[in-house]
Design a protein around this ligand. Structure first.
Ligand SMILES: [Zn+2]
Ligand SMILES: [Zn+2]
Length: 125
């Protein structure tokens, strides 16, 4: 089974993921821009049971980050773990987005990801 590891920028927060993600997304919404400081977020979703982490994190509106270096690392509840894929140790990750959210906020210089479902705002199941 595929194992992936990641960490915050300073290495105090670490995590491990078992198996492939259930879905891989990009989000261009205003919240994602502001919390990441970038034009979009890039994340993968695994079952919570496939995710384990060590190191102290701080919490803001469900999103966990390293209190020492400020890296946004993941959000986890009893069901799912949503991991910021830029924190994986190996880059490129080999994980291609399966969907894009809030494309109405996407920068015009950024092309859509080929083959990814496109949603004007939030995902509709
Ligand atoms: Zn850190
Ligand atoms: Zn968003």
């Amino acid at each position: 089974m595929t194992m992936r590891e990641g960490n915050c920028n300073c290495g105090r927060v670490r995590y491990r993921l078992r198996g492939e993600p259930k879905r891989i997304g990009i989000c261009h919404c205003t919240d994602c821009r502001q919390e990441s400081g970038s034009a979009f977020t890039y994340y993968g979703v695994w079952d919570a049971a496939a995710f384990e982490t060590t190191g102290e994190t701080a919490l803001h509106e469900g999103r966990r980050f390293c209190p020492a270096c400020g890296s946004r690392v993941f959000a986890v509840d009893e069901r799912e773990a949503e991991v910021k894929l830029g924190t994986l140790q190996d880059a490129p990750t080999g994980l291609t987005p399966t969907y894009e959210l809030w494309i109405k906020r996407r920068e015009p210089w950024l092309p859509p990801v080929k083959g990814a479902d496109q949603f004007l705002e939030d995902r509709i199941d």
